[in-house]
Write a protein that binds this ligand. Structure first.
Ligand SMILES: Cc1ncc(COP(=O)(O)O)c(C=O)c1O
Length: 364
């Protein structure tokens, strides 16, 4: 028995979100020992969380019966130090940055509104925006994954509410130039959301523009460089006027107490942060040089590999059989079927990845 008539019509238009494969799935699919599997399909931190964050989790465990503070002020103060923005421009979000996207869509998008997504990019933007009745307008990126600000602006209508941009872009790893963002911000009436999930690995960020434009929001996360993906903690840098409205629409207490305390501890561990950035920057150059296929330049903690004329699915499957989890990009809209995204691992993991690609080139 099912009762589909009880479900909103918009929900049936949502494509299933395809996450990276888990160690358990691959161990059971290929009869592998979970201990030998290398997980490089979800852009997590191969160094794990900061030991300071782990200690904070242990310390807070006995307080699990207590709600966290609703305004997450302690974390926002720590974020203020880290970002240079006052707490009046900062919101903490859960689950992860996805929670920030949920809150903004709930706040802004109603039936018949439109939102713009340059493809290929991170798939989640579509989900909450469609669930609120929004209609996606997709704009294809150029061959090198750069985007044309004029094309984005041409796609705007009187119903456009949000333009979702990603820098560095997932899955391509390229940055959005500041000049392109300025062109869009100056000429649109919509809110521009810039997703900077991977920005710590990059040479530049775009957050400073929040001081100049009242229609720019920056999304950030603790899931990547801070190694806290399992805690689902994100934050946003918003123009002051929007913080007040956002808090009205957002889920109260969305940031759990463990996430809040671990986030603060992670921000204080500058050595772990430095090492995490270093390992990604060195690793991506190494992989770019050694993987025996075309590898796009990346400003993130992953690289995009084009295995043409082979198929991404077949190569991914070949690697997974060897216990190396990478992400075939065929589920990303407009990404074609020859692209694979590989998270940068430790040096030892990267060496195994290169060997596996070399073998796959012969075997597939
Ligand atoms: C570009 C991008 N934005 C946002 C997210 C989600 O971040 P969070 O784990 O904080 O929800 C991801 C996760 O992979 C991502 O790649």
């Amino acid at each position: 028995m099912s009762r589909p008539e009880l479900i909103k019509k918009e929900i049936f238009d949502i494509a299933e979100y395809v996450p990276g494969k888990s160690i358990e799935e691959i161990a059971s699919a290929y009869g592998l020992d979970p201990a030998v599997i290398i997980k490089l399909g979800s852009n997590e931190n191969p160094l794990g969380p900061s030991p300071k964050a782990v200690q904070a989790l242990v310390d807070v465990a006995p307080c699990a019966n207590i709600y966290p503070s609703a305004d997450a002020l302690e974390l926002r103060e720590a974020l203020s130090k880290y970002t240079g923005f006052p707490v009046s421009n900062l919101v903490a979000s859960g689950p992860g940055m996805d929670g920030l996207l949920d809150g903004l869509c709930r706040l802004m998008i109603e039936k018949g509104d439109e939102f713009i997504v340059p493809t290929p990019t991170f798939a989640y933007y579509e989900l909450p925006a469609r669930a609120c009745g929004g209609k996606p307008i997709f704009v294809r990126r150029n061959q090198d994954f750069s985007l044309d600000p004029e094309k984005i602006l041409e796609a705007e209508s009187s119903r456009t509410k949000i333009i979702f941009l990603c820098s560095p872009n997932n899955p391509s790893g390229n940055l959005l130039p500041e000049s392109s963002l300025r062109t869009i911000l100056k000429n649109t009436r919509a809110l521009v959301f810039v997703d900077e999930a991977y920005v710590e690995f990059a040479d530049r960020n775009l957050a400073g523009l929040v001081r100049e434009y009242d229609n720019l929001v920056i999304g950030r996360t603790f899931s990547k460089v801070f190694g806290l993906a399992g805690l689902r903690l994100g934050y946003g840098i918003l123009p002051g006027w929007l913080v007040k409205e956002y808090i009205r629409a957002a889920t109260p207490f969305s940031v759990s107490l463990p996430a809040l305390k671990a986030g603060i501890a992670a921000l204080s561990d500058t050595e772990h942060l430095r090492k995490s950035i270093e390992i990604a920057r060195e690793g991506r150059e190494y992989l770019k040089e050694k993987i025996p296929f075309k590898v796009y330049p990346s400003q993130a903690n992953f690289v995009l590999v084009d295995v043409a004329p082979l198929r991404a699915k077949a190569v991914t499957e070949n690697l997974m059989r060897k216990g190396i989890i990478v992400r075939s990009c065929d589920s990303f809209r407009e990404a074609g079927d020859t692209l694979i995204r590989v998270t940068i691992g430790t040096q030892e993991q990267n060496e195994k990845v290169i060997k596996a690609f070399e073998a796959a080139k012969k075997e597939v």
